[in-house]
Design a protein around this ligand. Structure first.
Ligand SMILES: [Zn+2]
Length: 302
């Protein structure tokens, strides 16, 4: 079946490679490059897939920079409200919100349990390296997921309009690429496939995200557990085989899956040709990958 996800491999998110890889999974550098263990999904998102001796010092600087932008930015209130893992000993008891223009004097510190969680997720038409049927077509837009009774904010905290956390979209795409790539390495091995996503992960200037990443719409129902969902599988199109991953952050909020085209097999030269062409050609639908935020109104009950 064209474009369908075949042979899903469930449970990949929980495995760890038993042996040290001894090479960086991003740049290929060996033991002299200062290799450390790599959390494929950040600990702060409750990730438990670990690749031993799998990221060099230079690549770790790059990946931790975009991870931090998300974890301390657009993902922060959801992480704290749902008590995701943290490396720091002291969890905050309160988080700040600001009235809509963000003036410091409008700051209110709200207890975590009452904090208005907002999570912005861009809907991106994409993953069209080989004209995959898109789950989302048309305009790029942002979907916001909320978990709060806003009446309470206007009633008790006297906040009527506030801004969401800022989501850095480029960092979101890069994290999706990193998780998809690392999951494929865990399953297929570092030499088991031809990886497509290194420019997305390592090159801050790379703009062709939508070649490899798209949103699947509509989202499945919310899960009653937190963490994330990952599934690795194979997709075939035009007699070519692609490795793809489906990734969903904060499933308890009813978020959508993103589909990420990870790579292909060395035996599939025509898919490798497609990838090389995709790297050389600008995306047909250039996508804004800036920072987004949203103003949210709290309304008092009539
Ligand atoms: Zn490296």
């Amino acid at each position: 079946m064209t474009g369908q996800h075949q042979q899903p491999i469930p449970g990949v998110s929980g495995i760890s490679s038993p042996l040290p890889l001894g090479r960086c999974i991003y740049c290929g550098n060996g033991p002299n490059a200062g290799l450390s263990d790599e959390h494929v999904v950040p600990l702060a998102l409750n990730g438990n897939l670990l690749l031993k001796q799998a990221s060099c010092e230079a690549c770790r600087v790059i990946t931790s920079r975009f991870e931090a932008k998300l974890l301390r930015g657009g993902f922060r209130s959801a992480r704290e409200a749902f008590a995701y893992n943290t490396r720091s000993k002291d969890r905050p008891t309160h988080l700040p919100i600001f009235n809509v223009h963000g003036e410091e004097n409008s700051r209110k510190d709200i207890p975590i349990g009452e904090y208005p969680v907002t999570l912005l997720m861009p809907l991106v038409a994409g993953a069209y390296i080989d004209t995959f049927p898109n789950a989302v077509t048309g305009e790029q837009r942002t979907w916001s997921f909320r978990n709060h009774d806003y009446d309470k904010l206007s009633g008790e905290a006297d906040i009527f309009q506030f801004t969401s956390n800022i989501l850095d979209v480029r960092s979101l795409y890069r994290l999706l690429a990193k998780i998809a790539h690392g999951t494929a390495v865990a399953y297929h091995g570092l030499d088991g496939f031809v990886p497509f996503l290194k420019p997305v992960i390592l090159d801050e200037e790379y703009s062709g995200y939508t070649r490899f990443i798209g949103t699947m719409w509509p989202p499945p129902p919310p899960l009653d557990q937190n963490g994330f969902e990952t599934e690795l599988g194979l997709e075939s199109l035009n007699d070519r085989t692609y490795i793809s991953a489906r990734i969903r952050f904060f499933p308890e909020l009813g978020t959508p899956f993103y589909r990420v085209i990870v790579g292909t097999f060395a035996t599939c030269q025509s898919a490798i040709d497609k990838w090389e062409l995709a790297l050389k050609t600008p995306p047909p639908d250039p996508h804004e990958a800036g920072a987004i935020r949203m103003d949210i109104k709290a309304t008092r009950n009539a």
